[in-house]
Design a protein. Structure first.
Length: 354
């Protein structure tokens, strides 16, 4: 509020000047139209000979906290809902140009998205309900300037994220992604963006009405709730059950232990010029910290046998097919395996003994 403009409008109304006269005078003085209308709307003509100031609704720190929390939850729900549907598109229309390691990391990504949806969506619903009740008790709060600023600010941030998503999709197209994948991903982003702007900008327009309506869940909001629930279920399906995730993590541990044993055998050969006859021998001659020779569940020794002076096998029994490799983010095809017993053939490098 500009104090000079506020004082002028108050004095003009007090002296009986008409609103059109005040508008013309302010326009001639080059005041912006929106500031003129905002200031005139702040006064009520009650026929008392004096302008009556309309109530200016403020926003308490508690309400500001609720609105911020609500829109942060909205960001998370929007982003991870899109992530789940993108993953479904990538699984439905695979691209031969995409590295296989991407699919191995898909399950972990989906678990993170599902966990985010299961936490963020209830937070969004609770905060939206609390702010909605506050507006139902005091409808004038719909016209709170702080509330509108927070809404526009969050929509601006959401727009930036969605623009970045569109850029990423177009980048994929320029890099040669399949047309169906491109159209589907672009459509997902467009639907999310369209919902955000249709729902929230429509709400802002209703707030600016002379008699703002109470918040009522629209068909659009109910449809969005169904989409979020569907995305959560799809994410669980793409990620697999928690039991499967645990079995996969155990298989990753087995692969890592087999890899560590192969490194210890390499060291043994470099120092002694021969392969160990058994893992028990290796455990005595190469006592590495953290080196484990037995399965984490069955506690049986991993399988080991020599094939010749340089080649040997290490075997383990896996619960799931194709768990992630034992090191780094890239997947080495050497470590691919199915469920059940799998043997890996290694060949040590020839070392010159000093």
């Amino acid at each position: 509020m500009n104090p000079d403009l506020h004082a002028f409008v108050r004095d003009a109304l007090t002296r009986g000047a008409g609103r059109e006269e005040i508008r013309k005078a302010l326009r001639d003085a080059r005041w912006p139209e929106d500031e003129i209308e905002s200031e005139l709307a702040a006064w009520h003509d009650a026929g008392l000979g004096l302008p009556v100031p309309k109530r200016r609704v403020g926003l308490s720190p508690r309400e500001a906290f609720l609105y911020l929390l609500m829109f942060v939850a909205l960001y998370l729900v929007s982003y991870h809902t899109g992530s789940v549907f993108w993953a479904l598109v990538e699984r439905t229309w695979p691209d031969p140009a995409v590295d296989d390691s991407v699919w191995d990391r898909l399950s972990d990504s989906m678990r993170f998205s599902v966990a985010s949806l299961l936490v963020a969506y209830p937070v969004f619903l609770v905060t939206a309900r609390l702010t909605g009740r506050a507006v139902a008790r005091d409808p004038e709060k719909r016209n709170s300037g702080v509330r509108r600023w927070l809404t526009y600010l969050t929509l601006f941030n959401a727009a930036c994220v969605l623009i970045a998503d569109f850029i990423y999709v177009l980048l994929g197209l320029f890099k040669g992604e399949l047309t169906v994948r491109f159209v589907s991903k672009a459509g997902i982003v467009a639907v999310i963006a369209g919902w955000l702007f249709t729902h929230y900008l429509g709400g802002l327009r209703r707030d600016e009405e002379d008699a703002p309506r109470l918040p009522v869940p629209s068909q659009l909001a109910r449809a969005a709730a169904g989409v979020v629930v569907l995305a959560t279920m799809l994410g669980l399906w793409l990620a697999g059950s928690p039991a499967k995730a645990r079995r996969s993590r155990l298989d990753q541990l087995r692969l890592n232990q087999v890899y560590q044993i192969s490194q210890a055998i390499e060291d043994h050969h470099r120092m002694r010029g021969e392969l160990p006859q058994a893992l028990a021998v290796l455990s005595r001659t190469q006592p590495r910290p953290g080196l484990v020779f037995d399965d984490p569940v069955t506690h049986e020794f991993y399988g080991y046998r020599t094939l010749d002076s340089l080649r040997y096998e290490l075997c383990a029994t896996f619960d799931t097919p194709d768990s992630v490799g034992p090191y780094g983010g890239a997947i080495d095809p050497f470590w691919r395996h199915g469920a059940g017993r799998r043997c890996f053939t290694f060949e040590v490098r020839k070392h010159r003994r000093d």
